[in-house]
Design a protein around this ligand. Structure first.
Ligand code: IMP
Ligand code: MG
Length: 187
């Protein structure tokens, strides 16, 4: 895929590595839930592709639901305050829920979402994050299933976007900007 003017892409995690790791996570989840059904809750929109592949690597009865969360304001960075933009369709009470997120960054979003879902009394609540930028954490948070720990770089592809673009890249890529473009990027 071509990058936009002023932006360049460099592969960080190839499609083959993603596929291999997602299969491993699926096997781990299959093992951990011992034949019980699971509800995969995807965080829109970034987790879509991860959820699609992960679900097919899980050999259990699996159902899907989705929610959307956003930070106030819009930028590549999380502002610190999260709100729910779309709620789940159904109750999660008594169910085995796996919250599926594309990337764990400051931890603000997942802390908020886990607190929200816990109140609804699921039987189990686990978190699967494809990527984890450990050094960016502002609030402590550990996911139960992590695909890859990555350095503090802005990444796109395999569901992750920059300004809604690049979600359909097959590889996870670091997005580089020219200095001209950087000046306009909101902090
Ligand atoms: P947190 O609340 O800071 O953990 O933010 C998580 C959200 O920030 C993710 O769901 C992404 O939408 C976004 N995000 C954080 N880092 C990146 C990145 O490198 N690329 C794309 N989106 C990112
Ligand atoms: Mg997201």
């Amino acid at each position: 895929m071509r990058s936009h003017p002023g932006e360049s892409l460099k592969v960080l995690i190839s499609r083959a590595r993603i596929a291999r790791r997602v299969r491993e996570l699926g096997q781990q989840i299959t093992h951990d839930f011992r034949g019980e059904p699971v509800l995969l809750v995807g965080v829109l929109k970034g987790a879509c592709l991860f959820l699609a592949d992960l679900s097919r690597a899980i050999a259990l009865d699996a159902t899907f639901d989705f929610l959307a969360a956003g930070s106030y304001g819009h930028s590549a960075q999380t502002s610190g305050q999260v709100r729910l933009l779309k709620d789940l369709d159904a109750s999660i009470e008594g169910r085995n829920v796996i919250l599926v997120e594309d990337i764990l960054d400051t931890g603000v979003t997942l802390n908020y979402l886990v607190r929200l879902l816990r109140e609804r009394q699921p039987r189990a609540l686990r978190v699967a994050a494809l990527l984890d930028k450990v050094e960016r954490r502002k609030q402590p948070f550990e996911a139960d299933y992590v695909g890859f720990r990555i350095p503090n770089r802005f990444v796109v592809g395999y569901g992750l976007d920059y300004a809604e673009r690049y979600r359909n890249l097959r590889d996870i890529c670091v997005l580089h900007m020219t200095s001209e473009k950087k000046r306009h990027r909101k902090k």
